[in-house]
Design a protein around this ligand. Structure first.
Ligand SMILES: *[C@@H]1O[C@H](CO)[C@@H](O)[C@H](O)[C@H]1NC(C)=O
Ligand SMILES: *[C@@H]1O[C@H](CO)[C@@H](O)[C@H](O)[C@H]1NC(C)=O
Ligand SMILES: *[C@@H]1O[C@H](CO)[C@@H](O)[C@H](O)[C@H]1NC(C)=O
Ligand SMILES: *[C@@H]1O[C@H](CO)[C@@H](O)[C@H](O)[C@H]1NC(C)=O
Length: 303
């Protein structure tokens, strides 16, 4: 009657898997998109000039170390400023502004998390959530250029979800995540409140710099928290901007300076870190191997 036991195992295994799937790996809300057809359909309605619908502040935020934008980003930054000069206020946040702002507004987070980050890029990533929560508007990375004013994009978002108090939108990145290189939101959006409050929870060393950056405050951190964000519970919307809408209609990348450029930079840094901390890495590696072996032994004993 061996096969009965197997069947039972498969049955309970299936139920367990199902439960795990529904409790852990289930999105809390459906992904809703902002598509090209939405844009072309609704773009003319922006002339209705319904200021009552306006909920997203017309502010563009960018961050850089100082007020001197590097020459290789002059073109992209200029395009963002010029196309949006009439409708938007522009704010460039320097490193000094960043530290002053977080220290003043979130003294605890500043001391216990923000200053503890080992990489500057983690602070820069985290800071985006702070300013967008406080002011709302658009954040855009400096290596992104602009093809036309973001005004129509924001108008279409406001028309699509005319009933919601809070809206946010992020471009999708293949295959499942969203990007933190471009973000639109109303002021005080609950998702951004969550993004700020969970920074300490996710602040770990994930063994290699690349993962540490991605998961402590970067794109993976954003994607995970969006995945578990319950839109109906918080009565607020999150839209995923179709890749076409984002990169063909509204923006462009400077070649070689895209997210992949940052990837390459991080990988180089990992290489240097690893080379310098070779004994630590070796120790961690042995620890992992050791754990595997001991688990293996337990298994043998149980059998
Ligand atoms: C937006 O686009 C999607 C897919 O193209 C479509 O299903 C939806 O009805 C559109 N929404 C509006 C309000 O036009
Ligand atoms: C939107 O307006 C433009 C010019 O005002 C016009 O050429 C275009 O056909 C309009 N599109 C729709 C879908 O009505
Ligand atoms: C939009 O509304 C404002 C105030 O109601 C008005 O001054 C302005 O002329 C309107 N613009 C257009 C394009 O209708
Ligand atoms: C940056 O671009 C603007 C406008 O396109 C131009 O006036 C300015 O001289 C440029 N600056 C540099 C440093 O190239």
């Amino acid at each position: 009657m061996q096969w009965k036991i197997y069947l039972r195992r498969i049955f309970y295994g299936g139920i367990g898997f199902f439960l795990i799937y529904f409790i852990i790996f289930r999105r809390r809300s459906l992904r809703i998109f902002l598509t090209e057809s939405n844009i072309s359909e609704l773009i003319n309605q922006t002339s209705l000039n319904n200021t009552k619908l306006h909920r997203i502040p017309r502010i563009i935020h960018q961050t850089w170390k100082t007020h001197d934008v590097p020459i290789h980003w002059n073109e992209t930054v200029q395009s963002v400023r010029q196309y949006n000069a009439n409708q938007f206020e522009y704010r460039l946040w320097t490193d000094n502004d960043m530290h002053r702002f977080v220290r003043q507004e979130y003294p605890n987070l500043y001391e216990n998390t923000f200053l503890k980050y080992s990489l500057e890029i983690q602070r820069v990533d985290a800071f985006r959530y702070f300013i967008l929560y406080h002011f709302g508007g658009i954040y855009i990375d400096m290596d992104n250029g602009c093809r036309k004013s973001f005004d129509s994009l924001i108008n279409v978002l406001e028309i699509l979800d005319s009933q919601s108090n809070h809206l946010a939108a992020f471009p999708c990145t293949s295959p499942i995540g969203i990007s933190n290189g471009f973000m639109i939101t109303t002021k005080g959006h609950p998702l951004f409140k969550i993004l700020i409050s969970r920074l300490p929870l996710f602040n770990h060393n994930y063994l290699i710099d690349y993962l540490t950056v991605m998961f402590s405050a970067g794109p993976s951190y954003l994607s995970i928290n969006e995945f578990y964000f319950d839109q109906s519970f918080y009565q607020s919307k999150v839209r995923i901007i179709d890749e076409n809408v984002y990169s063909s209609i509204y923006t462009w990348h400077t070649p070689g300076n895209s997210w992949h450029g940052r990837d390459a930079e991080i990988i180089l840094r990992i290489y240097h870190t690893w080379r310098n901390s070779y004994p630590t890495i070796l120790y961690r590696f042995l620890l992992i191997i050791g754990k595997q072996i001991s688990i293996g032994n337990d298994f043998v004993i149980l059998k």
